[in-house]
Design a protein around this ligand. Structure first.
Ligand SMILES: NC(=O)c1ccc[n+]([C@@H]2O[C@H](COP(=O)([O-])OP(=O)(O)OC[C@H]3O[C@@H](n4cnc5c(N)ncnc54)[C@H](OP(=O)(O)O)[C@@H]3O)[C@@H](O)[C@H]2O)c1
Length: 258
Protein backbone atom coordinates (compact mmCIF):
# COMPACT_ATOMS: atom_id res chain seq x y z
CA UNK A 1 0.00 0.00 0.00
CA UNK A 2 1.30 3.45 -0.90
CA UNK A 3 1.84 6.02 1.82
CA UNK A 4 -0.40 8.39 -0.18
CA UNK A 5 -3.33 5.96 -0.25
CA UNK A 6 -6.43 7.75 1.07
CA UNK A 7 -4.34 10.85 1.89
CA UNK A 8 -5.97 14.15 0.96
CA UNK A 9 -3.93 16.09 -1.59
CA UNK A 10 -4.95 19.55 -2.83
CA UNK A 11 -3.38 20.56 -6.14
CA UNK A 12 -3.86 24.09 -7.49
CA UNK A 13 -3.55 24.69 -11.22
CA UNK A 14 -4.59 21.08 -11.77
CA UNK A 15 -6.35 21.80 -15.05
CA UNK A 16 -3.19 21.62 -17.17
CA UNK A 17 0.55 21.09 -17.39
CA UNK A 18 2.54 20.27 -14.25
CA UNK A 19 -0.54 20.46 -12.01
CA UNK A 20 -2.52 17.98 -14.11
CA UNK A 21 0.47 15.62 -14.19
CA UNK A 22 0.90 15.98 -10.42
CA UNK A 23 -2.74 15.08 -9.87
CA UNK A 24 -2.25 11.99 -12.04
CA UNK A 25 0.93 11.11 -10.16
CA UNK A 26 -0.86 11.12 -6.79
CA UNK A 27 -3.78 9.22 -8.37
CA UNK A 28 -1.53 6.25 -9.11
CA UNK A 29 -0.95 6.05 -5.34
CA UNK A 30 -4.67 6.01 -4.50
CA UNK A 31 -4.85 9.53 -3.03
CA UNK A 32 -8.00 11.51 -2.36
CA UNK A 33 -7.71 14.55 -4.57
CA UNK A 34 -9.00 18.08 -4.42
CA UNK A 35 -8.27 19.64 -7.81
CA UNK A 36 -8.66 23.28 -8.63
CA UNK A 37 -8.26 25.59 -11.62
CA UNK A 38 -10.32 28.09 -13.58
CA UNK A 39 -11.03 26.04 -16.69
CA UNK A 40 -13.98 23.85 -15.70
CA UNK A 41 -13.90 21.64 -18.79
CA UNK A 42 -10.20 20.82 -18.56
CA UNK A 43 -10.45 20.30 -14.81
CA UNK A 44 -13.23 17.76 -15.39
CA UNK A 45 -11.11 15.96 -17.99
CA UNK A 46 -8.16 15.73 -15.59
CA UNK A 47 -10.46 14.54 -12.79
CA UNK A 48 -11.79 11.74 -15.04
CA UNK A 49 -8.26 10.64 -15.92
CA UNK A 50 -7.31 10.68 -12.22
CA UNK A 51 -10.22 8.39 -11.33
CA UNK A 52 -9.16 5.97 -14.08
CA UNK A 53 -5.59 6.03 -12.75
CA UNK A 54 -6.64 5.04 -9.23
CA UNK A 55 -7.54 8.15 -7.26
CA UNK A 56 -9.85 7.06 -4.43
CA UNK A 57 -12.04 10.13 -4.88
CA UNK A 58 -11.72 13.41 -6.73
CA UNK A 59 -13.24 16.78 -5.84
CA UNK A 60 -13.21 19.49 -8.49
CA UNK A 61 -13.35 23.10 -7.31
CA UNK A 62 -13.43 25.75 -10.02
CA UNK A 63 -11.79 28.89 -8.72
CA UNK A 64 -9.44 31.77 -9.36
CA UNK A 65 -6.63 31.80 -6.81
CA UNK A 66 -6.12 35.52 -7.29
CA UNK A 67 -9.50 36.01 -5.58
CA UNK A 68 -9.81 35.78 -1.79
CA UNK A 69 -13.34 34.34 -1.87
CA UNK A 70 -12.32 31.62 -4.30
CA UNK A 71 -9.31 30.61 -2.20
CA UNK A 72 -11.55 30.36 0.86
CA UNK A 73 -14.06 28.31 -1.17
CA UNK A 74 -11.32 25.92 -2.34
CA UNK A 75 -10.20 25.15 1.22
CA UNK A 76 -13.75 25.01 2.62
CA UNK A 77 -15.02 22.63 -0.05
CA UNK A 78 -11.96 20.42 0.41
CA UNK A 79 -12.48 20.35 4.18
CA UNK A 80 -16.25 19.79 3.86
CA UNK A 81 -15.72 16.84 1.56
CA UNK A 82 -12.72 15.13 3.12
CA UNK A 83 -12.49 16.59 6.63
CA UNK A 84 -8.71 16.65 6.52
CA UNK A 85 -5.72 17.54 4.35
CA UNK A 86 -2.24 16.04 4.15
CA UNK A 87 -0.54 17.71 1.18
CA UNK A 88 -0.98 21.13 -0.38
CA UNK A 89 0.66 21.55 -3.79
CA UNK A 90 0.75 25.26 -4.67
CA UNK A 91 1.29 24.82 -8.39
CA UNK A 92 -0.99 27.40 -10.04
CA UNK A 93 1.16 29.97 -11.75
CA UNK A 94 1.29 32.37 -14.63
CA UNK A 95 3.88 34.31 -16.53
CA UNK A 96 3.82 37.95 -17.60
CA UNK A 97 6.20 39.37 -20.15
CA UNK A 98 7.26 43.00 -20.24
CA UNK A 99 10.23 45.25 -20.65
CA UNK A 100 10.60 47.82 -17.86
CA UNK A 101 9.78 50.61 -20.31
CA UNK A 102 6.37 49.00 -20.92
CA UNK A 103 5.78 47.92 -17.31
CA UNK A 104 2.17 48.03 -16.16
CA UNK A 105 1.00 47.59 -12.58
CA UNK A 106 -1.85 45.30 -13.66
CA UNK A 107 0.59 42.76 -15.06
CA UNK A 108 2.57 42.79 -11.84
CA UNK A 109 -0.56 42.33 -9.72
CA UNK A 110 -1.87 39.49 -11.91
CA UNK A 111 1.39 37.57 -11.69
CA UNK A 112 2.16 38.22 -8.02
CA UNK A 113 -1.42 37.51 -6.93
CA UNK A 114 -1.18 33.99 -8.34
CA UNK A 115 2.52 33.16 -7.93
CA UNK A 116 3.04 34.66 -4.47
CA UNK A 117 -0.05 35.96 -2.68
CA UNK A 118 -2.13 32.82 -3.31
CA UNK A 119 0.71 30.57 -2.16
CA UNK A 120 0.86 32.37 1.18
CA UNK A 121 -2.89 32.70 1.69
CA UNK A 122 -3.67 29.08 0.77
CA UNK A 123 -0.91 27.95 3.13
CA UNK A 124 -2.53 29.99 5.91
CA UNK A 125 -5.99 28.58 5.17
CA UNK A 126 -4.66 25.01 5.04
CA UNK A 127 -2.67 25.44 8.26
CA UNK A 128 -5.18 23.94 10.75
CA UNK A 129 -5.59 20.82 8.61
CA UNK A 130 -1.88 20.41 7.88
CA UNK A 131 -1.04 20.90 11.55
CA UNK A 132 -3.44 18.14 12.53
CA UNK A 133 -2.12 15.72 9.89
CA UNK A 134 1.53 16.81 10.29
CA UNK A 135 1.29 17.36 6.57
CA UNK A 136 3.33 19.34 4.11
CA UNK A 137 3.33 21.99 1.41
CA UNK A 138 5.11 21.74 -1.92
CA UNK A 139 5.35 24.95 -3.90
CA UNK A 140 6.07 24.93 -7.62
CA UNK A 141 8.70 27.62 -8.11
CA UNK A 142 11.17 27.75 -11.02
CA UNK A 143 14.86 27.92 -11.74
CA UNK A 144 13.93 31.38 -13.00
CA UNK A 145 13.84 32.36 -9.32
CA UNK A 146 17.54 33.11 -9.05
CA UNK A 147 19.47 31.40 -11.81
CA UNK A 148 19.04 33.74 -14.72
CA UNK A 149 17.85 37.24 -15.54
CA UNK A 150 16.07 37.27 -18.88
CA UNK A 151 14.86 40.58 -20.27
CA UNK A 152 11.04 40.47 -20.60
CA UNK A 153 10.78 38.08 -17.66
CA UNK A 154 11.35 40.53 -14.81
CA UNK A 155 7.91 40.13 -13.21
CA UNK A 156 7.86 36.32 -13.44
CA UNK A 157 11.42 35.80 -12.22
CA UNK A 158 10.89 38.21 -9.33
CA UNK A 159 7.68 36.41 -8.36
CA UNK A 160 9.51 33.08 -8.31
CA UNK A 161 12.33 34.59 -6.22
CA UNK A 162 9.61 35.62 -3.79
CA UNK A 163 8.18 32.10 -3.92
CA UNK A 164 11.56 30.62 -2.94
CA UNK A 165 11.93 33.00 -0.04
CA UNK A 166 8.33 32.44 1.02
CA UNK A 167 9.03 28.68 1.00
CA UNK A 168 12.03 29.09 3.31
CA UNK A 169 10.36 31.57 5.64
CA UNK A 170 7.21 29.41 5.91
CA UNK A 171 9.32 26.29 6.51
CA UNK A 172 11.07 28.01 9.41
CA UNK A 173 7.88 29.38 10.92
CA UNK A 174 5.83 26.19 10.53
CA UNK A 175 8.52 23.76 11.68
CA UNK A 176 7.16 24.23 15.21
CA UNK A 177 3.77 23.02 13.92
CA UNK A 178 5.37 19.91 12.41
CA UNK A 179 4.60 21.09 8.87
CA UNK A 180 7.24 20.79 6.17
CA UNK A 181 7.36 23.37 3.36
CA UNK A 182 9.49 22.82 0.25
CA UNK A 183 9.61 23.87 -3.38
CA UNK A 184 10.54 22.33 -6.69
CA UNK A 185 12.36 24.54 -9.18
CA UNK A 186 11.93 23.11 -12.66
CA UNK A 187 13.87 24.09 -15.76
CA UNK A 188 11.83 24.47 -18.94
CA UNK A 189 8.87 22.10 -19.17
CA UNK A 190 6.88 22.06 -22.41
CA UNK A 191 3.43 23.13 -21.21
CA UNK A 192 0.95 25.78 -22.36
CA UNK A 193 2.30 28.44 -19.98
CA UNK A 194 3.89 30.58 -22.69
CA UNK A 195 0.92 30.34 -25.04
CA UNK A 196 -1.11 31.96 -22.27
CA UNK A 197 1.19 35.00 -22.46
CA UNK A 198 -0.19 35.51 -25.93
CA UNK A 199 2.67 34.36 -28.15
CA UNK A 200 2.08 32.30 -31.30
CA UNK A 201 2.44 28.51 -31.41
CA UNK A 202 5.40 29.01 -33.77
CA UNK A 203 7.21 31.32 -31.31
CA UNK A 204 6.34 28.96 -28.48
CA UNK A 205 7.92 25.98 -30.26
CA UNK A 206 10.97 28.04 -31.21
CA UNK A 207 11.52 29.07 -27.58
CA UNK A 208 11.19 25.48 -26.35
CA UNK A 209 13.67 24.30 -29.01
CA UNK A 210 16.18 27.00 -28.00
CA UNK A 211 15.75 26.32 -24.30
CA UNK A 212 16.33 22.60 -24.66
CA UNK A 213 20.03 23.26 -25.33
CA UNK A 214 20.33 25.26 -22.11
CA UNK A 215 19.94 22.11 -20.00
CA UNK A 216 23.43 20.58 -20.00
CA UNK A 217 22.19 17.14 -18.99
CA UNK A 218 20.98 15.51 -22.22
CA UNK A 219 20.37 18.92 -23.83
CA UNK A 220 16.61 18.58 -23.57
CA UNK A 221 13.80 20.22 -21.70
CA UNK A 222 12.50 18.71 -18.46
CA UNK A 223 9.73 16.12 -18.78
CA UNK A 224 6.65 16.91 -16.73
CA UNK A 225 6.89 13.51 -14.99
CA UNK A 226 10.39 14.41 -13.76
CA UNK A 227 8.89 17.36 -11.91
CA UNK A 228 6.07 15.19 -10.56
CA UNK A 229 8.61 12.67 -9.20
CA UNK A 230 10.31 15.49 -7.26
CA UNK A 231 6.97 16.73 -5.89
CA UNK A 232 6.01 13.21 -4.79
CA UNK A 233 9.41 12.78 -3.15
CA UNK A 234 9.16 16.04 -1.19
CA UNK A 235 5.62 15.14 -0.10
CA UNK A 236 6.65 11.64 0.96
CA UNK A 237 7.97 10.07 4.14
CA UNK A 238 11.34 9.79 2.39
CA UNK A 239 11.64 13.54 2.97
CA UNK A 240 10.67 13.67 6.64
CA UNK A 241 13.73 15.76 7.59
CA UNK A 242 13.61 18.01 4.53
CA UNK A 243 12.06 21.44 4.90
CA UNK A 244 12.84 24.82 3.39
CA UNK A 245 14.48 23.21 0.35
CA UNK A 246 14.16 24.48 -3.19
CA UNK A 247 14.88 21.39 -5.26
CA UNK A 248 16.10 22.09 -8.77
CA UNK A 249 14.81 19.76 -11.47
CA UNK A 250 16.66 21.38 -14.31
CA UNK A 251 19.24 19.04 -15.85
CA UNK A 252 21.98 21.33 -14.54
CA UNK A 253 20.63 24.48 -16.19
CA UNK A 254 20.97 26.45 -13.00
CA UNK A 255 24.73 25.83 -13.18
CA UNK A 256 25.00 27.69 -16.47
CA UNK A 257 23.52 31.02 -15.38
CA UNK A 258 21.25 31.09 -18.48
N1 LIG B 1 6.46 25.23 -17.89
C1 LIG B 1 7.63 25.59 -17.41
O1 LIG B 1 8.64 25.64 -18.13
C2 LIG B 1 7.78 25.90 -15.94
C3 LIG B 1 9.08 25.96 -15.42
C4 LIG B 1 9.24 26.24 -14.07
C5 LIG B 1 8.13 26.44 -13.27
N2 LIG B 1 6.88 26.39 -13.81
C6 LIG B 1 5.74 26.62 -12.91
O2 LIG B 1 4.91 25.48 -12.94
C7 LIG B 1 3.59 25.86 -12.54
C8 LIG B 1 2.60 25.26 -13.52
O3 LIG B 1 2.81 25.84 -14.79
P1 LIG B 1 2.65 25.02 -16.14
O4 LIG B 1 3.93 25.14 -16.88
O5 LIG B 1 2.10 23.69 -15.89
O6 LIG B 1 1.63 25.97 -16.92
P2 LIG B 1 0.11 25.78 -17.35
O7 LIG B 1 -0.06 24.55 -18.15
O8 LIG B 1 -0.25 27.08 -17.94
O9 LIG B 1 -0.64 25.58 -15.97
C9 LIG B 1 -0.88 26.63 -15.10
C10 LIG B 1 -2.00 26.23 -14.17
O10 LIG B 1 -2.21 27.30 -13.25
C11 LIG B 1 -3.58 27.64 -13.27
N3 LIG B 1 -3.79 29.04 -13.02
C12 LIG B 1 -3.18 30.10 -13.58
N4 LIG B 1 -3.70 31.24 -13.12
C13 LIG B 1 -4.67 30.89 -12.25
C14 LIG B 1 -5.57 31.61 -11.44
N5 LIG B 1 -5.61 32.95 -11.43
N6 LIG B 1 -6.43 30.93 -10.65
C15 LIG B 1 -6.43 29.57 -10.65
N7 LIG B 1 -5.60 28.83 -11.39
C16 LIG B 1 -4.73 29.49 -12.18
C17 LIG B 1 -4.07 27.27 -14.65
O11 LIG B 1 -5.46 27.02 -14.55
P3 LIG B 1 -6.51 27.47 -15.68
O12 LIG B 1 -5.84 27.28 -17.00
O13 LIG B 1 -7.66 26.54 -15.45
O14 LIG B 1 -6.81 28.87 -15.37
C18 LIG B 1 -3.30 26.00 -14.92
O15 LIG B 1 -3.95 24.88 -14.37
C19 LIG B 1 3.57 27.37 -12.50
O16 LIG B 1 3.70 27.81 -11.16
C20 LIG B 1 4.81 27.75 -13.30
O17 LIG B 1 5.32 29.01 -12.94
C21 LIG B 1 6.68 26.11 -15.13
Amino acid sequence: MSEFESKVVLVTGASSGIGAATAKGFSKHGALLSLTGRNEERLAQVADECKKLGAKDVLEVVGDVSKQDDMEKIIKETADKFGEMHVLVNNAGCSEWTLIENFELDKFDRCFNVNVRAVLYLTKLALPYLEKSKGCVVNVSSIASNMYCLPLNIIYTTSKAACDHLTKAAAFELAKNGIRVNAVNPGTVETDILLKVGISKEQNDEIFNQQANLHPLNERNVEVEEVVDAILFLASDKATMITGSCLKVDGGRGLTGQ
